[in-house]
Design a protein around this ligand. Structure first.
Ligand code: AMP
Ligand code: GLY
Length: 430
């Protein structure tokens, strides 16, 4: 079979890599792809904007593509799945209606309320004055969220009422465009965050191994929020008992309520959870796609052929699909970014050492890279995701950093403490 993967990040490189592990997958086309997907045997990039649904449909139909896998949320929220399905294509990714679970936080909150899914208490506002009165009444800390997609920048965890008021003023002044026309104000939860990526065909839902990512730019989880500076899996905080509760209290009610509303959902439902100090899982947000960098640690642990799993979802056969098989041990990913990220950064810096890192067994998933003539250069903020497996967290993390040490480009930045929480917990336990 031939597969089309839409997107250009580390997540998409990991998807292509995993799909190509199977001989059944003849080749993959990546739209628009990056320097990593360009260099893979049996993969080619197609230079096309991910908003060009018509162009992608034409390409897929002419080339006999039997499965389209959508990476990012923006085309999903814009209805890429609806369009491609209307053209007769098989698509893994939710429709525009279903993608609202990520594209509107107010919509997601309403669904959670109906499904009785544990989540932070919240209220929705369409103008600044009542929002500000609410914040004054509730006090800080409090969380202010632009309703729509804001590339990860729409959330302010305000430690003072003044900070909350400023975030409200910004949103209603148009800082996030349309995404900020509605604002969700939410109780501030404490605890550890966990990412549960689950695949669903709209009636059955199966979690992948739990992952944790590091969202902040700085060591010790400090500084600005980013797309994610590293990840590891399987997150030890999610015991089998906790996973069972997540399945029963969160994943299944979400799918049942979507079904009740007659909203088909085929794709990944990603639950961003807070595990509270009491050990209860609460939803911080839902995403309608694979997480990045979480995918870069989850897929290398998966033994089950990915195309079979995704096809089972598109054909509504997930209930009959055999149990997912996983490698033992752990995976860790260190994101290597360009100096300045998540603010302004430069592009076009030549990258060396990826071969040396891979020779040692690491998987170097590329994100912001481009193959220019035969030279690989930086082309984004998050440049690489260096992933390694190990028989335990200590070795996976050590292997990932060993691989990172082989790689060089001008201004490269990475956190040196990926996985610090698991390492600390394991050293206390032993
Ligand atoms: P989101 O874009 O919804 O993932 O939010 C970005 C980040 O803000 C999350 O990963 C959390 O670290 C933080 N956050 C969001 N909502 C809450 C909440 N209710 N309580 C505490 N932190 C939150
Ligand atoms: N790693 C967070 C996300 O994919 O949204």
């Amino acid at each position: 079979m031939k597969v089309l993967v839409v997107g250009n990040g580390g997540r998409e490189h990991a998807l292509v890599w995993k799909l190509l592990q199977s001989d059944r997958v003849q080749y993959v086309t990546c739209v628009p792809g990056n320097g990593g997907t360009a260099a893979m045997a049996r993969c080619r990039n197609l230079a096309m904007n991910v908003s060009d649904f018509e162009g992608m449909a034409r390409f897929a139909l002419v080339n006999g593509i039997s499965l389209v896998v959508i990476g990012p949320e923006v085309p999903l929220a814009a209805g890429i799945t609806d369009y491609l399905k209307e053209q007769g294509l098989t698509v893994f990714g939710p429709t525009r209606m279903a993608a609202q679970i990520e594209a509107s936080k107010a919509w997601a909150k309403d669904l959670m309320l109906e499904a009785k899914i544990p989540t932070a208490q919240s209220a929705v506002f369409t103008s600044a004055d009542p929002a500000i009165s609410y914040v004054r009444q509730q006090g800080a800390p409090i969380v202010i969220k632009a309703d729509g997609l804001a590339a990860g920048k729409g959330v302010t965890v305000a430690t003072t009422v003044e900070e909350a008021e400023a975030a409200i003023a910004d949103a209603f002044a148009g800082k996030f465009g349309q995404a900020g026309e509605r604002v969700v104000i939410e109780e501030c939860l404490t605890g550890q965050e966990v990412s549960i990526l689950a695949v669903t065909d709209g009636s059955t839902i199966r979690p992948l191994v739990p992952a944790q990512d590091h969202k902040r730019i700085g060591e010790g989880d400090t500084g600005a929020n980013t797309g994610g500076m590293g990840a590891y899996a399987p997150a030890p905080i999610v015991t089998p008992e906790l996973m069972e509760r997540i399945q029963k209290e969160i994943l299944e009610p979400a799918i049942a309520t979507l079904q009740k509303r007659n909203i088909p959902y085929c794709g990944v439902l990603y639950a961003g959870l807070m595990i509270t100090p009491a050990g209860d899982p609460k939803v911080i947000e839902f995403n309608c796609r694979f997480g990045d960098p979480e995918t870069q640690v989850v897929l290398p642990l998966l033994e089950t052929p990915l195309h079979e799993l995704l096809l089972a979802c598109t054909q509504k056969r997930l209930a009959d699909f055999p149990p997912l098989e996983w490698k033992s041990g752990a995976a860790a990913c260190v994101v290597v970014a360009a100096e300045g990220y998540p603010d302004a950064y430069e592009k076009g810096k030549p990258i060396t050492g990826i071969d040396a890192a891979e020779t040692q067994g690491a998987l170097v998933f590329q994100a912001g890279t481009q193959l220019r003539q035969q030279t690989l250069v930086t082309d984004g903020g998050r440049v690489l995701g260096v992933t390694a497996l190990g028989e335990n967290f200590e070795s996976a993390i050590a292997n990932a950093y060993d691989a990172v040490s082989k790689i060089q480009f001008e201004g490269m930045y990475y956190r040196r403490d990926i996985g610090h929480r698991v390492l600390a917990a394991r050293s206390t336990a032993s």
